[in-house]
Design a protein around this ligand. Structure first.
Ligand code: NZQ
Ligand code: ZN
Length: 382
């Protein structure tokens, strides 16, 4: 067990009919809320009314900030910071998925400083404080509702970077699985793949392999996602499948899996962010393409842990069979497993390598993940 400090301050309110608790929960932290949400889903599903009523019913003044796009962009976050400052809000309420919650975190941090938020993403400044954040999760996968991370795309630089800071943990997150009943099958699958990869990458990157506690938790989380995702894709209103996927997604990146097992390293994410930055691909879709290629590249370097993964998660008899089983699962939930399926060919490789390598340097992964290694992994994903 490697020494660690674990502190996750986010209060989780989980279950059916948890939505009306958002107003009272938020009112504890502020009087004037910036209510941030995406493009149209919460209006179409009727969730908008329920949240707005709860916030105002709890005595909060509400300033709305809609329009967060999937793979959230810096320009929209910067405008949100300006609005938060102009309106002097004292709490951020985010209703959506990882994109909305991540942008909300960036606005919460930007609203209390004169530093431009992109400085934080390129590690030229450190986030010291942020407005309190309360979230209501509407699609599961990113884990942002229960962690201190956020990811933003600088659309001018075509750079999609992520960072973590202790003050970015939401104070409270409302997790009502019934709210995810309306998530379409493709987004359901992409969220499941994202949650799976958060666990898979930590499982593979562990420095200390003799960590049966973390290993058992991770194997259980991966197996749950593998079992529940096809059920939720098939029947979007399957409460048990949705509830397990929601809780597994939150636990996948809340810190419990990597505490004691070694630093958090997400190499598949480092490469996937290039796909999202350059092609605006859904994050989980990109991971479905990158993960098998990464496994094929690492199969001899990580044979032992890949062997255990294959047996424990898929009941497969070898790492090679484990890779096949993973691909079969991904195909079963209609995910691409090759760059060619996303119409990305050989001539795009060098642009992808260059983009991914800039994040490898920011994330301190560039010793091993040189441009040549990244290229080989991408070639195995063609
Ligand atoms: O914009 P609207 O209209 O709301 O539509 C959204 C969006 O288009 C839709 N949606 C959300 N809830 C819905 C719904 N549609 C119907 N019913 C609902 N209940 O789904 C689409 C995708 O939403 P998005 O928030 O982008 O998905 P997700 O939660 O997968 O978040 C992906 C983002 O999270 C980041 C990714 O990079 C990506 O930008 N991540 C954040 C992390 C973190 N903070 O720790 C770590 C992750 O590895 C990940 O990188
Ligand atoms: Zn992810």
């Amino acid at each position: 067990m490697i020494e660690f400090e674990y502190h996750n301050p986010t209060r989780i309110i989980f279950g059916r009919d948890a939505v009306p608790q958002i107003g009272p929960a938020a009112r504890v932290y502020g009087k004037k809320a910036l209510f941030i949400y995406g493009r149209q889903s919460i209006k179409k599903t009727g969730l908008y009314e329920r949240v707005a009523t709860s916030l105002r019913g709890a005595g909060l003044e509400v300033v709305e900030y809609p329009g967060v796009k999937a793979n959230p962009i810096l320009s929209h976050a910067r405008a949100g910071v300006d609005l938060a400052k102009k309106e002097k809000v004292d709490i951020i309420v985010a209703v959506g998925g990882g994109s909305v919650i991540d942008e909300a975190k960036a606005i919460a941090a930007g609203a209390v400083t004169d530093t431009d938020i992109w400085e934080f993403f390129e590690s030229r400044a450190k986030i010291q404080e942020a407005l309190p954040i309360v979230t209501l999760l509407t699609i599961c996968g990113s884990g942002s509702e229960m962690n201190n991370g956020m990811v933003l795309t600088n659309e001018e630089k075509q750079a999609k970077f992520g960072l973590r800071a202790p003050c970015l943990y939401p104070k409270v997150s409302i997790l009502d699985p019934t709210v995810t009943f309306t998530v379409p099958p493709d987004q359901t699958a992409y969220g499941a793949v994202d949650a799976f990869s958060h666990v898979f990458e930590v499982y593979m990157a562990r420095e200390d392999l003799d960590t049966p506690i973390q290993e058992g938790i991770m194997e259980s989380l991966m197996k749950t996602v593998v079992t529940r995702a096809p059920q939720a894709v098939e029947n979007p209103r399957n409460y048990t499948a949705r509830a397990d996927l929601m809780w597994a997604s939150s636990l996948a990146l809340c810190g419990i899996t990597f505490s004691g097992a070694g630093p958090l390293a997400l190499p598949c994410h480092m490469i996937e962010h290039a796909l999202s930055a350059l092609y605006d691909m859904a994050h989980g879709e990109g991971l479905a393409i990158v993960m098998p290629g990464w496994m094929r590249y690492m199969v001899d370097r990580k044979r032992g842990v890949l062997d255990r993964f294959a047996i424990k998660v898929f009941g497969a008899k070898s790492p090679e069979e484990g890779i096949e089983a993973l691909e079969k699962w991904l195909v079963s939930i209609n995910c691409p497993v090759r760059l060619s399926q996303a119409k990305i060919g050989e001539k795009e490789i060098s642009r992808l390598v260059q983009n991914a390598y800039q994040l490898a340097e920011v994330w301190d992964l560039s010793d091993f993940y040189t441009p040549r290694v990244i290229e080989e992994i991408l070639r195995l994903s063609l």
